[in-house]
Write a protein of this length. Structure first.
Length: 277
């Protein structure tokens, strides 16, 4: 049986949970890495046993990541899905908190690098590493600078690993998936939407040409393809799964005369201009 390591499997509403379910359906045994002791994903599988084992790790802590790597001594892997992500928001450029920067980069960049390099000896020839990046990594950000910059770094790291691991005799493929807005929240449960602020939830789907958020299962379907032999010549770069979102700019949307729910384009532009004053 093939084995995969998936990080960021804490909540049943998240991408990590959907990826875990899909890989199990594809015949994998999954090592699901979670952080929160209140993981709803772990609780689900505690009540519905399957080909999965949950492993707790604080990916923001380098020593914790090192212990995770040691824990896999002697275990072979066929895929690593670096899905876990730390989000930043509300950053103030005039009073910047470098601890936010460091903690976001620790999870979004350092951990994927440590796991990829540290677990390379465990990986079978022809294995696959998939990094979860973001459309935020393709442009700047007003108030989520650490998140955007870390995802940009992860995009570049993906290419660097693809080069180094590709030339290695194991021929490990390394690529990334680039989602836009993903419905990782439950509208009936306000506590599940902390990662997706209201303004994002109310306008994100309107900015997307396909008119909605992606479902986590749609991201998982791409993972399923990339780890398969059908993607045997895909390495480096990223697969966009954003419904055309990255082809739209906020200003161009406003210029079209379309109104966001609750306010009009000219008001939206005024909000952005105010941030620059």
């Amino acid at each position: 049986m093939k084995k995969a390591l998936v990080t960021g499997v804490s909540w049943t509403t998240g991408i990590g949970f959907a990826v875990t379910q899909q890989l199990i359906r594809d015949g994998y045994f999954v090592y699901a890495v979670y952080h929160s002791a209140e993981s709803t994903a772990k609780e689900y599988y505690d009540n519905h046993p399957d080909n999965v084992e949950f492993v707790q790790c604080d990916l923001a802590d380098r020593e914790s990541v090192s212990r995770l790597i040691e824990r896999f001594s002697g275990i072979t892997l066929n895929a690593i899905i670096n899905n876990a992500g730390a989000f930043s928001g509300g950053e103030d450029i005039d009073n910047y908190d470098m601890e936010t920067w460091d903690s976001v980069f620790a999870v979004n960049v350092n951990a994927p690098l440590m796991l990829s390099v540290g677990l390379k000896p465990n990986m079978e020839k022809g294995s696959v590493i998939i990094n979860m990046v973001s459309t935020d990594g393709l442009k700047g950000s007003f108030s989520s600078m650490a998140y955007a910059a870390s995802k940009a770094a992860l995009i570049n790291l993906t290419d660097s690993l693809a080069i180094n691991f590709g030339y290695d005799e194991k021929k490990i493929r390394v690529t990334a998936i680039c989602p836009g807005w993903v419905k990782t929240f439950d509208e009936k449960d306000p506590s599940s939407s902390e990662m997706v602020p209201f303004i994002s939830r109310s306008t994100g789907s309107q900015l997307c040409p396909l008119g909605r958020f992606a479902n986590p299962e749609e991201i998982a379907n791409v993972v399923s393809f990339l780890v398969s032999d059908k993607a045997s010549f895909i390495s480096g770069g990223f697969v966009p799964v954003h419904g055309g979102y990255n082809a739209v700019s906020f200003d161009m949307y406003a210029e079209s005369g379309r109104a966001f729910e609750g306010y009009h384009p000219e008001e939206a532009i005024d909000i952005q201009k105010a941030k620059l004053l």
